[in-house]
Design a protein around this ligand. Structure first.
Ligand code: ZN
Ligand code: FE
Length: 255
């Protein structure tokens, strides 16, 4: 399969997935239509589906314009029929999606919104605004319990899984991460690497799940250093995983 990352709006990423055998394609989270339509033409691909991770405009804003040019199915979580433009296929945990000969799997991962899903094709995870490289989405509609469970589910994927998230937020996320776990050498090294990439205008997405487990503060509720940071910021926090996660999330919200 061929994956093309498309920069959209200010810092969004859409992803064009092409089955190289059949040239059938899907677009994950088209924030806007024009750049996506150009890319599909360049690839000489046949679009067969729009895959939306959640209803936010910066992930669905291109649905209408794309549908005007290509009559394709639109997948999103089944609870978001009224909030995802043009949805034809309400999907849920465990569903399979076929794009040409590519087979994808759906994960239901609420927390950022109540109807958030991720799509896994081979070792490529398209996780929208749930898991970010070095961060996670804000809890706009869900609870810390839900988001923690969703992140834990994604963490169970193999280490070499590539994390394709919805935004280029890595540098800013790492700027926060080093304040809560400054003695994590892998984190410090990643921050240096990412700063250099951004200075040259390069993308920092995808990362691997291994990197995320080693450096993403929202997955590191077991880290003694993170627990100590949480305790000093909010002394009443219990040190169970959900509470540690919830406090780190609050600290980032206020950062
Ligand atoms: Zn969002
Ligand atoms: Fe977003």
């Amino acid at each position: 399969m061929k994956i093309t990352q498309i920069s959209l709006l200010r810092d969004n990423y859409g992803y064009l997935l092409v089955c190289e055998k059949t040239k059938h394609a899907a677009i994950v989270d088209p924030s806007e239509a024009e750049p996506v339509l150009r890319r599909i033409a360049q690839e000489q691909a046949t679009l067969t589906a729009i895959l939306n991770t959640h209803h936010h405009r910066d992930h669905t804003g291109g649905n209408e314009g794309i549908l005007a040019a290509h009559k394709v199915r639109v997948c999103g979580h089944k609870s978001d029929q009224a909030r995802v433009f043009g949805m034809t296929d309400g999907v849920d945990e465990g569903d399979e999606i076929h794009i040409g000969e590519l087979k994808g799997k759906v994960f239901f991962i609420p927390g950022h919104t109540t109807g958030h899903v991720a799509y896994l094709f081979e070792d490529n995870l398209f996780c929208g605004d749930t898991l970010f490289t070095a961060g996670c989405g804000r809890l706009f509609e869900g609870t810390p319990e839900q988001m923690h469970a969703s992140l834990k589910q994604l963490m169970a994927l193999p280490d070499h899984t590539k994390v394709y998230c919805g935004h280029e937020y890595t540098e800013n996320n790492l700027r926060f991460a080093v304040t809560v776990e400054p003695k994590n050498p892998k984190l410090v090294a990643r921050y240096d690497r990412v700063k250099a990439l951004r200075a040259s205008g390069a993308s920092t997405v995808p990362a691997t799940m291994e990197e995320e487990k080693e450096t993403n503060p929202f997955l590191r509720w077991d880290s003694a250093e993170i627990q100590a940071s949480v305790k000093s910021a909010a002394p009443d926090t219990h040190l169970d995983p959900v509470s540690v996660f919830a406090t780190v999330r609050k600290m980032k919200d206020a950062f």
